[in-house]
Design a protein around this ligand. Structure first.
Ligand SMILES: *Cc1c(COP(=O)(O)O)cnc(C)c1O
Length: 379
């Protein structure tokens, strides 16, 4: 069977996880946690990062940090993972969806301004497949209307927009280290990125159950106490140690994934030229990270047939997302501003191909062959 994903593994994780296990500090913010955060702060050139147990929880922290109140509105694409919306729904926000651009599957920045109301508090661009959203346009709209920009960069580690890394373009951003992402902290994990230093003191308090424990450890207060609303947003030191085993290889992981991505792209170029499939489009200002390789079939029916063909050949390919506005919870918590011209239509055509770090070249070759055979048989 050809799986859809294999969690990345560099071989360095074991020694660090064992080392963490044998230390007498295995809760959060130990040596490995500090090392990972320092790595990200220097790599991203940003004032503060905080490891979290997941990207979902980093997004929840972002919603707390910008003080989302009941009835506030947050603009985002409907074509995204549920956590992008849930983080704000949990604080009482109304989600306002705008359509995507079919070329990138990212939110269409030209539709944002018309969706803004006096209740709008934030824009949440999702960098789908590690391809940057139109951040120049989004940031300029946000500035004009005094809105926060929270990047859902769950898929965006190591990818760039112009000369900046994704995750450094909004006020706050979130990465995911889930096992399906390019880099993992042992299955689950995330990172909160604070590009605006105003958020740092409160972020540290929210993450430590609403206490000033962080100041206490730095010797800045003589006892720690409950100072604000908060929760527990620290990953264990074992997760940080696992992640530390991957960070030194982050460039190599990205390079390797990009090679596989290019093999798919070149291998399917002829089918695309014949109009059988649509391949991803990478805007010139974006350097992506090969988080995913997708193609688009002509229709929902054709996609189902291709998936069935893959299944017969023991190849696991998947699709996502059911647009959030059309899901049961979407009716309760959201509205779609404007016309759904592309979100539903494009989501029904998309299929993700197997892709992982260290994927053998003959496997990507087999997948390409099966796609070609499928379209040959359909003629
Ligand atoms: C993976 C993902 C998330 C959630 O990440 P977790 O670390 O699993 O919480 C959120 N948003 C997007 C766009 C994702 O791809």
């Amino acid at each position: 069977m050809i799986p859809f994903n294999r969690p990345p593994r560099t071989g360095n994780e074991d020694q660090y996880v064992l080392d963490a296990m044998r230390s007498n500090k295995i809760s959060g913010d130990g040596q490995y946690g500090q090392k990972c955060q320092a790595w990200f702060e220097s790599h991203l050139d940003c004032p503060k990062t905080l490891l979290t147990p997941s990207c979902t929880q980093a997004l929840e922290m972002a919603a707390l940090l910008i003080d989302i109140q009941l009835g506030d509105e947050v603009i985002m694409p409907s074509y995204t993972f549920v956590s992008t919306a849930n983080a704000f729904v949990l604080r009482g926000a109304k989600i306002v969806f705008v359509d995507i651009h079919p070329d990138t599957m990212n939110m269409d920045a030209s539709l944002i301004e018309a969706a803004i109301t006096p209740r709008t508090k934030a824009i949440v661009p999702v960098h789908y497949a590690g391809v940057g959203c139109d951040m120049k346009a989004i940031n300029s709209i946000a500035q004009r209307h005094n809105l926060f920009v929270i990047e859902d960069a769950a898929q965006g580690m190591m990818a760039r927009y112009e000369d900046r890394y994704l995750g450094t373009l909004g006020h706050i951003a979130a990465f995911s280290f889930h096992e399906t992402k390019n880099v993992t902290s042992g299955g689950e994990g995330g990172l909160l990125i604070l590009n605006d230093p105003r958020f740092i003191p409160r972020a540290e308090i929210i993450r430590e159950k609403g206490t000033n424990r962080n100041l206490f450890f730095r010797g800045m207060v003589d006892k720690y106490t409950w100072v604000d609303a908060g929760s527990s947003y620290l990953p264990s030191e074992l997760q940080a140690a696992y992640l530390w085993g991957q960070l030194a290889q982050a460039e190599a992981i990205t390079r390797d994934r990009l090679i596989t991505w290019d093999i798919y792209y070149k291998g399917l170029a002829e089918l695309a030229a014949q109009g059988c499939v649509t391949l991803p489009n990478i805007p010139p200002e974006c350097q992506h990270n090969a988080h995913m390789f997708y193609l688009k079939c002509k229709s929902l029916e054709e996609r189902a047939a291709l998936l069935a063909h893959f299944k017969k050949q023991d190849i696991l390919a998947v699709f996502h997302y059911v647009p959030l506005h059309s899901a049961p919870a979407g009716e309760r918590f959201s509205r779609f501003h404007g016309v759904d011209r592309y979100t539903t239509q494009e989501s029904e055509r998309l299929i993700r191909l197997p892709l992982w770090y260290g994927m053998e070249r003959n496997i990507s070759g087999m997948v390409i062959e099966q796609i070609k055979r499928f379209y040959l048989d359909r003629r």
